[in-house]
Design a protein around this ligand. Sequence first.
Ligand SMILES: Cc1ncc(COP(=O)(O)O)c(C=O)c1O
Length: 446
Amino acid sequence: MAKKSGPNWVKGKKNKEILELDRKYVSPCYTRSHFTVIDRGKGVHVWDVEGNEYLDFAAGIAVVSTGHCHPDVVKAIRDQAGRLIHMSGTDFFYEVQVRLAEKLAEITPGGGNKKVFFGNSGAEAVEACMKLSRYHTRRHRFIGFHGAFHGRTFGALSLTGSKAIQRSRFGPLLPGVTHVGFGYCFRCPLSLEYPSCDLACVRYIEDELFRTCVPAEDVAAFVVEPVQGEGGYVFPPAEYHKRLKALAEKYGILFVADEVQSGMGRTGKMFAIEHWGVKPDMVAVAKGVASGMPLGACIASSSLMDWVPGSHASTFGGNPISCAAALTTISLLEGGLIENSARLGAYMLGQLESMMGRHRFFGDVRGKGLMIGVEIVKDRTTRAYNTPARNAIIQEAFKRGLIMLGCGPSVLRFMPPLVVTKKQIDDALTIFEEAVSAVESQKIQA
Ligand SMILES: Cc1ncc(COP(=O)(O)O)c(C=O)c1O
């Protein structure tokens, strides 16, 4: 088990020195909640500059899919760095980028030949999907979803509908983006019950929006996370994405799946949308694709990717080192990590579900693979958000040597590296349950 870092986690000369420098020089817009300075990582563990060890169930926000510093990934990075660090795919060719495009085209759901545009981040992948959607369809509107998170650049931010603070004082944003309620049955946006609702949240788009104020023939794309990440680890019902896709097809609208967080084996399949049996027109990937090296990609069928030279580009996008890391990452995912994610994710979900009876703060436990959320509520009848208790559990877990993050107003998310073992899950859950009990006994309420 991870050495207990105890309540002294903020203590230590080096830790203090760096945090003070951070306060002085680093932009204050970030949302840090763990005041420790991480020095190194290996697998599912990280160590801070004071020597404390932590189990990392945040994985750099679902990024280090193969664990911290997987030896194969480190080797691929070292080898590539010794051969070619940068050339720019915008103006030149290099093999590793083409090989990665071939691999991504092969593994991404959807028929026919596909092509790949490379950027450096999730937001850039989403921007590329938005621009390509407009370019190809010559339509300007988008449908996004309440609770969605797609990134912070202006286009991606215009689709983001997760937290008001992410948009506050940045407007006006991109015109033509309309948000609708997501298939979040635990908190139905229309206060209905599934399945008797017959997915009224999807029908609303056609029956109300398209009829009244959003002409369907102006809509370029639905941009949707198969599983909402930042918005609260929300898994829509079984037929949700099929119904959305059918509606999109009816009006010649593209279905863009943002798999930045849910992709690359996280849910126990390479892409989360595979759980819903839908073939998207376009897919955005980033985060886990290169085990921590910056990389984003927009993948679409060749017939869709019809933009001409000069219409879009990125100097660093698909840089050789990130591409080499991604090729090794994908081979590790295919070589057993996706299977590990599915198997141990099911185990972990079962363990968390069995905690429901012991903890009155647990409103809902949901997940696929190693993308698992626990919704913390004041009580199960009102389902009222319990943000203070959620935040306190994160701190209590951290004091005991477990790193985790929240999402949405009151969800705790479990997203360990996909190399995690059953023993590490058991250790993490022991710490987690201690943390929950500690908070429940403090009677923290909003
Ligand atoms: C689903 C989704 N899309 C896009 C992004 C933006 O990615 P980035 O922070 O790399 O720009 C994120 C980041 O959390 C995300 O979860």
